[in-house]
Design a protein around this ligand. Sequence first.
Ligand SMILES: [Fe+2]
Length: 273
Amino acid sequence: MVTICIGKVGQAKGQKIQLDANELVSNDEFALPEKNAFGNSFRDYETDNGRKDIVEQHYKSSHINQTYEFVKQMREEYMKLDKAEMGIWECCELLNEIVDESDPDLDEPQIQHLLQSAEAIRKDYPNENWLHLTALIHDLGKILVLPKFGGLPQWAVVGDTFPVGCAFDESNVHHKYFKENPDFNNPKYNTRNGVYIEGCGLDNVLMSWGHDDYMYMVAKENGTTLPSAGLFIVRYHSFYPNMTFIVKAKSWLMLRRSSHIMNPSLQNIFQQS
Ligand SMILES: [Fe+2]
């Protein structure tokens, strides 16, 4: 059994995660299904399936409140990892009461999503144990909405993530709401590079705060044995443009626009499509 404790920091800080380009790309063809297991399409923000307004309100709150300063504060607070200590399955069960209000396609309990993700990946990649585990744990950070973990509002936990500290890209879903974000008119943050140096690398860019970065912190600081590609998936799976297995034409455009702040190896990976 693999356990990642959610508790005290058990590993020296400052350890750098090395990304190996070969771990992130595959020559295998991957056929993206058009429907999920419940017969719904993926990331459909236009069709009103009864969740459209909830999803839009979610992104409105997220885009107004996710500022550079807010993300810095959240990272500082949650880097303490002082909320609890538990095994993976216990954490999976905690997720069972949570519904992700940002997901336009899915309103089933999260534990089903975890198990289905892990099983689907095991079917397609039976020999990649690390990838099965990555899928199982990728959303565990959503426990941030629970009182014991700070009871954060959903806009600070779920939904697509995006870089902060530089201009918000127009291909972000419901981009119009960024106009009410204080950083939108702040000359420190509203230029192409913002606070970043060209080519500084994605791992030096602050992303909007949420369950991805939290679970990445928990895994890394507790000395996970997942390979760097697994940690990368956990950390960035809601940054829709970045994953080759989450194909979304609009997002690839955004990714190319963001490539100026990535390091060269990541640029190569992302510009292959
Ligand atoms: Fe997620």
